[in-house]
Structure formats: C-alpha cells, structure tokens
Design a protein around this ligand. Structure first.
Ligand code: GAL
Length: 638
C-alpha cells in the first residue's frame, strides 16, 4: 500500500496526513491481513515538481520529462533526494509502532519505464562518480581509450553523459560506465530509504520489486535488502504457446539475483493500457501461474490487484474483482489459491529449486557492455533464454545462476556469449570443474575487459587456460544461406548447420576436438573442443548456441553422463523440484487445455489433495499436483 500515494500522504509540502492509511491498515488488521507499505517515491506529487522543476529527469536528447505519469524525478537530484528522505522518515516514524505493518517495498519497479538520466543533476553526479572511480583524468582517458576520435579530456568537468544526439556511435567504455553510474544512483537512493526504515523499526523486512535495465541487482542493491522481489506478468507474452517457456525463464532469471523471491505483483486479470490488452486468464490460469511462481522459487505471492481501478492510465489493469466490485470467477479462484496456500504453504518454506543445468545470467557488465557494441548479435540474456528454452522444453531441471554464485549440485553450466567477462569468476569455475562440473563456453566469451575494450590476449583471454583453447580467427556469419558453414561432429560425422558467428579454434595439448568445420577456408579446423580437468570437463563452442548446435551439445553431454533425458516428461507439463531440510517436493503443472495422465517414476503424497499417488498423476487442464518425494531414489529420478 501507498506506493503511489505521495499526494495523499503529503498533500502539500511538509504537511503529512496518515489517517486514511491508519484506518485502512486497522480495517485489514481486524480481518487478519497485515500490511506491506511502500515508499511513494515513484510518483512525486505536482506541488513538488511545480515548485522544484529541477528534480525532473532529462532524456538522452536533453528533453526534460514532464509531470503527468510516473518515474519522472531524478535519483541524482539533491532536492528530490531530500524530499525522498523526508517522506520516508515521516512514514517510518508514524508507522514504526503499528504492529500490523510487517515490511516495506522501496519505491516501485525502479527503471521499469525509463532508465536514463541526463539532467543537470545527473551530469554533475556523473562527473563525481568518474572522479571517485578514476582519481586522475589520465586514468580515465586510458580506460576509455579516448585517443580514438580525439576524445581526450583535460579535466573531469569536461565530461558529459552519453546523449543520443551525436552523428554516430559513442564510446563503448563511456557507455558502460554511464550505466554503472545509473545503477549506483538507484542503489544510493534506495540505501537512504532503507537506512531510515531500519532505524525506525529494525523488525521490518525490506524488499523491492525488480528487475529492469541499468541496475545491478546482484551487488549492493540486494545486500541492502532482506530479499528481492519480482512482479510476474506472464501474459505479457501474447503467444499462449510460448507462455509456459517464457514464464519459466523470467522466473528463473529473477531468482538468479538472490535466490527465493517474494512476488509482489502476480498477474490475476488481463493487463492493458495504451495500445495493448493481454488475453484474459481463463479459469484455472491464475492459479496455475501462482503455482508456477512458487514452484520456481517464490516464497510469497501478492496478486495484482484486488480491485480494478476505474480511472487513470491503468484502468484496464484488471484484478481479482472487476470494475463493479462484484466477486466472480477470479475472486473464487483467488479464494481457492488462498485456501491451498494456507494448507500446504508452510511445508514448502525452507526449500529451494533444484537445478542440474545452470545458465549464467544477471551479470551487469556482460549484459550492459553488450549493447553499445553488439554487432547485431543476441545479448547474453537472449542467448540464455534460447539455451533455457532448449532444455526446459525437454523436461530438464534447467535454471539461471549468477556467475558469481557457487555451483554446488549443478552438473552443467553454460556461459552464454558473455563478451565482457569478469576474470574474478574463473577461479571458482576452475574448482567446480575439477570437482566434476561441465562448463560450456559460448563463442566470443571473455573477449572484452571490464572497461568494455578488446583484450590484448588471444581469445578467450582469461578463459584460455581453463578452456585449453585459442581462437585463431573469428567472423560474423551474416548470410549463412549464401555461405553455409556446417560443423562436422567427430563422433558420427553428422553435419550441423551454424549461424551468426564462427571461430576457428586451436586446441592446446591434451584438449580434444569434438567438432570441426566442414566448409570454406575453415575446413578441418576445430569448431568445438573439450578439455578434461580433474573430474570435470570444459567444452568451448566456436559458434552461436542456437538450437541445432545445442542439440549436438546435448548428445555430447549425454555421452559424458550429463543431461540424461528425464524418465517422465510431457511437453506441456512443467516439472520442478523444490527441496530442503523439510522435504523434497515435485511440482507437476499442466499448461495444456486437456487432461493429462503422467506416469511417475515413483509416487508419494500429493499435497493439494492430501492423497497418495502411486504410478501416475492425473492433471486436469491447468491442473497442479505437488508430490512429496519420500524415498531417496525418487529425489532425482523422475
Ligand atoms: C507493474 C507496476 C504496477 C502496475 C502494474 C501494471 O509493473 O509495478 O504499478 O503498473 O505493473 O502495469
């Protein structure tokens, strides 16, 4: 509550009114519903922007944003920061003694609509950010390679934020630093609010609903919070045939930043504004989406939203109740979800999602370093989604893992073409491979340094030793239909089409060749290599990880005893296992419009019906079953 209510809480500068919220919190409390409050800073009121227009952000063309929607104020404006601290302090002190208030969401979806800032306040802050990062202008000139195109700066004061209105491409090192600066601004802005809230009441937990551009959620942002939150709107994917897959990826990607999540907004009705309106969730779909979120790591869910608003830009973002507030099928479905969670929720707490095949996601530098110099190739997140989709649709326990996270229990870990790669990760990966892990590195990885400049070392730079390979030559495949470049697998001489990119590889001594190139000047040169190290292996793939290449890698992984196809799989049934000290629970979620009977490798107690299931599980359309896995043989054996 209160995330967009600044004008009610502070109707004019310095005059605070909390009566409406006191009453509402008490009314909910009387019904056993406790409150999460939000700092209202995503929508500063008109009195503030009218009197202090300097708080408004500016876009990349130097145009000041007007009042009239939301997210219009600059996190770098000292004036806005002061108002943010004041309203946060006023709310924190007022509600500190209210036992019904259990926690807070900071702001709302930082950067969800607009993530840049070129206002004068941001420009000044950018200079301070650079001064504290580089200390001397020479160090900055060297890191940014400003000798190119005569960009050398004589003083920090000469530097501008990278605006759009220039004849052509900008400096990729400057671009990446600018995005880090934007992220730091959000972290600092949030940190002030968090500090005020924690001082007022240390019992409160604090979270935020992400995940958007130009914010590094994995570092200081997450450390300042108790846990991360996410807003899940699977119907943004307008293709119902893709939704199961995109929803799974988005939830897994969200979880990669900090483990289990709170879903602060879970789609409950059709959402729409401006030019779009989602499909309306059909009977059972809201419940199905909720259970998918829980299966994939949510420890709590709030439906967006209870009532559909009759006015404003989001009047068609429909919730559990329609505009007339008459309870209909969505209300009954929400009540069913509530009853089920009340019955089984506690069993699931303390468990986490099991992942066999991990994909590196969430790395700020790799993702944001890609865009200024992408060569029209998919970004690491898009590549991760392709890999995830390949294994997800074959029923594997695939998930996303931040590259700085430990890889215990993970069998295979994919690096999806992270051209900018932090060399600090390499030591962990080496230890994990030695202990039995299989690392799969996509082409182009580790070719640029953290400044977003090309490495002087032969690619894959800091990964050369671990991968046991060097890249002799690389190139973009722009028209593989005109110049096809198949790979030839060593095992069976099968030819695999490749797309987007090629690399001719030189394996080091002891590194094996898994595939060679089968055409043009590359014929017979290595295309995929394998280095054995300790009990594990490193596969280096000299082309893009698209479906045909993933299929051939899948066979290689199977021959290594990794990524065996699951025993019981149906293409329209999502299966996930959550395990922890309290037990191990396998979720079966039917995304089909028909009833499905799925054979089980082993049965157990089905939690929602409280009935044992033995050899098969019956799933109605949109149906869900959660089977407690009791015997060790079940635990990884479906
Ligand atoms: C979320 C946002 C909500 C509301 C909802 C529907 O992204 O946090 O405030 O805007 O989407 O658009």
């Amino acid at each position: 509550m209160a995330e967009f209510a600044w004008d009610i809480l502070e109707p004019e500068e310095g005059r605070y009114e909390f009566g409406l919220f006191d009453e509402t919190i008490a009314a909910f409390g009387a019904k056993g519903i406790r409150t999460i409050l939000c700092t209202p800073t995503a929508a500063p009121p008109r009195w503030l922007t009218a009197k202090y227009p300097e708080v408004l952000r500016e876009d990349e063309n130097g145009r000041r944003l007007f009042h009239g929607s939301r997210q219009h104020a600059s996190h770098f404006s000292p004036v806005f920061r002061e108002f943010s601290r004041r309203i946060t302090r006023a709310m924190a002190e007022h509600f500190a003694g209210n036992p019904q208030v259990i926690g807070w969401q900071t702001d709302n979806e930082f950067h969800c609509h607009f993530s840049e800032d070129h206002s004068p306040a941001a420009a000044r802050a950018f200079i301070c950010f650079l001064e504290s990062k580089y200390a001397t202008i020479d160090a900055l000139n060297c890191a940014w390679g400003t000798a190119f195109w005569a960009q050398t700066y004589r003083a920090f004061a000469e530097i501008e934020t990278p605006r759009a209105h220039r004849p052509t491409w900008s400096n990729p090192a400057q671009e990446l630093d600018y995005r880090r600066f934007l992220s730091d601004g959000v972290v600092a802005f949030q940190r002030e609010q968090v500090g005020i809230l924690r001082t007022a009441n240390p019992r409160w937990w604090i979270t935020h609903n992400g995940f958007f551009k130009n914010i590094d959620y994995a570092g200081a942002f997450a450390e300042d919070l108790d846990f991360l939150g996410y807003d899940s709107y699977p119907f943004f994917d307008l293709d119902p045939a893709r939704r199961m897959r995109s929803q799974a990826f988005n939830l897994d990607h969200a979880r990669s930043y900090g483990g289990n999540l709170l879903i602060l907004e879970q789609q409950s009705g059709p959402g729409g504004q401006g030019h779009y309106l989602h499909d309306t969730p059909e009977p059972g779909e809201m419940r199905r989406m909720v259970w998918s979120s829980i299966a994939r790591g949510a420890d709590g869910i709030l439906l967006f939203r209870e009532r559909s608003c009759r006015f404003g830009a989001e009047q068609y973002w429909c919730g559990v109740l329609d505009h007339d507030n008459i309870p209909r099928r969505r209300y009954r479905e929400a009540a069913q979800i509530g009853a089920e969670l009340a019955r089984v929720g506690a069993r699931l707490l303390g468990t986490s999602v099991e992942v066999d095949i991990g994909i590196a996601t969430g790395d700020f530098d790799a993702q944001h370093g890609h865009h200024p110099i992408s060569h029209g190739l998919p970004c690491p997140k898009q590549s991760a989604e392709t890999i995830h989709g390949y294994f997800f649709s074959r029923g594997h326990a695939v998930g996303c893992i931040h590259p700085s996270s430990p890889l215990d229990g993970v069998k295979v870990f994919f690096i999806p073409h992270m051209a900018v790669l932090n060399p600090a990760y390499v030591a962990n990966w080496t230890g994990w491979v030695q202990a039995g892990g299989t690392l799969v590195i996509g082409a182009r990885t580790a070719t640029r340094n953290l400044e977003n400049n090309v490495h002087g070392q032969t690619p894959p730079g800091p990964l050369r030793e671990l991968a046991g390979v060097e890249v002799l030559e690389y190139g973009r495949q722009n028209r593989p239909d005109r110049r096809p470049l198949p790979m030839v697998m060593e095992t069976d001489r099968s030819q695999i089409p490749t797309d987007r990119w090629y690399e001719a590889l030189a394996p080091a001594e002891g590194t094996e060749i898994v595939a060679t190139w089968g055409a043009r000047h590359l014929r017979s040169l290595a295309a995929i290599t394998l280095r054995r190290l300790g009990r594990g292996q490193v596969l280096y793939v000299g082309t893009w990880l698209d479906d045909p290449v993933l299929a051939s890698l899948h066979s290689v992984l199977q021959s290594l005893g990794k990524a065996a196809d699951p025993v019981s799989h149906h293409p329209e049934v999502e299966q996930v296992q959550r395990s922890g000290p309290g037990g191990s629970f396998r979720f079966f979620i039917n995304h089909a419009e028909t009833e499905i009977h799925l054979p089980l490798a082993c049965g157990g107690l089905e939690l929602l019906s409280d009935q044992p299931v033995l050899h098969s599980v019956k799933l109605e359309p949109n149906g869900v079953a959660i089977v407690e896995q009791r015997t060790p043989c079940c635990l990884k054996n479906q």
